[in-house]
Design a protein around this ligand. Structure first.
Ligand SMILES: *Cc1c(COP(=O)(O)O)cnc(C)c1O
Length: 364
């Protein structure tokens, strides 16, 4: 490594990026890593074999640019989402973070504002500001829920160009009713993004915002393969929206942004959606076990429709986080006073977390 000669502040950085901190969940190689809501179950081996075959075939043509319109993959996502969707209504990118970035590039940018209900996904303000728009932090109720009137009133007051609704919400796990989405959509002329990154972990009869798309051309429903699909390392996210909105995203995407290898891997994985999702019920069972056990230890578990649990009543989150770290268990301090967040892992990982938390002493 060369000597450090300049600091970031010495460079001619954009003024609006000065003072920003990058996304930075710790990536430590601990035996039990339950900090970034991954699916900790590996891809089932019969599916892995199929994905490998698909990647091998794609590799033979890798001298050529890939299908810029990733047609086969969009068809596979339309099939997966059902509800009569067609590939014209589907977009995809390298993780739903890039999908969100495309929306912000097309509909946000300098002079515009994007609003979210905090605490919510930490990438919303980062993506908003990095694309030149202003971030507006709206509020939730004290239990992190959001009623239609409370949400719509704030949208009317702030009049943003883009509204983020995280359903269910990260980092709190809180469900969001379709009535909130309808109420917010009705009072804005802007884009309404419903981020359903954790939808597969919600009760099976919970309706998706995809059912609201008809007649709402400014509504976007984003999804990811990173969580339920156990595909975080492949970087694949997608959305469903009106075909005209998707035409707007074509203006800002880089040419051939989804590599041939990514398209091949994701299409093959979607062909095994049922097997890929077979662990979801097991993860939900571990999530509910976490909620019940942390409550028995004297903490407050917030209702979760996701693969993680936010728990409160932690006297000193940094100290508890470190005590768990020292016991080989990595969870997340999301910066909410007296709270920590833990991902539901395999049964063994979950047991390791719960045992470690109990040994730290309740309300350490
Ligand atoms: C994990 C997560 C995502 C997914 O990001 P990818 O870029 O698809 O890995 C999106 N939204 C929320 C709220 C998340 O928690």
């Amino acid at each position: 490594m060369g000597e450090v000669t300049v600091r970031l502040d010495d460079l001619p950085l954009r003024d609006d990026l000065r003072g920003m901190t990058p996304y930075g969940a710790p990536q430590a190689a601990l035996p039990v890593a339950l900090n970034v809501n991954e699916n900790t179950h590996p891809v089932p081996s019969e599916v892995a074999d199929d994905i490998l075959d698909a990647i091998a075939r794609a590799l033979r043509d890798v001298n050529r640019y890939p299908d810029r319109e990733f047609t086969g993959l969009r068809e596979a996502f339309a099939d997966y989402l059902g509800n009569g969707l067609t590939r014209e209504q589907i977009w995809a990118a390298n993780g739903s973070n890039e999908v969100l970035q495309h929306i912000l590039q097309a509909f946000g940018g300098p002079g515009r504002r994007a609003l979210g209900f905090t605490p919510t996904y930490s990438m919303y303000p980062i993506l908003t500001r990095a694309t030149g728009a202003e971030w507006v932090a709206a509020e939730r109720e004290h239990d992190y829920t959001l009623s239609p009137a409370f949400a719509a009133d704030q949208v009317v007051r702030e009049n943003p160009d883009i509204v983020f609704l995280c359903a269910p919400n990260n980092p709190t796990g809180t469900p969001l009713g379709l009535d909130v989405i309808e109420a917010v959509y009705a009072v804005t002329d802007g884009i309404v993004i419903v981020d359903e990154a954790y939808h597969e972990f919600a009760p099976h009869d919970a309706p998706s915002a995809v059912t609201l798309l008809a007649g709402r051309p400014r509504l976007v429903v984003s999804r990811t393969m990173s969580k339920a699909f156990a595909f975080a390392g492949a970087r694949v996210g997608y959305l469903a929206a009106d075909p005209a909105l998707i035409d707007a995203l074509r203006l800002v995407r880089l040419p051939y942004h989804l590599s041939a290898l990514t398209q091949a891997a994701a299409t093959a994985a979607l062909g095994h959606a049922e097997t890929m999702l077979s662990m979801v019920d097991e993860i939900v069972a571990q999530r509910d076990r976490i909620s019940a056990t942390v409550a028995a230890l004297g903490y407050v578990a917030h209702e979760s429709w996701t693969n993680f649990v936010l728990f409160g009543g932690v006297d000193d989150p940094a100290a508890t986080w470190k005590a768990l770290y020292d016991r080989g268990v990595l969870i997340r301090d999301v910066g909410i006073p007296h709270h920590l967040r833990v991902t539901a892992g395999t049964a063994d990982e979950t047991t390791a977390f719960l045992d470690a938390l109990a040994s730290v002493g309740s309300r350490a």
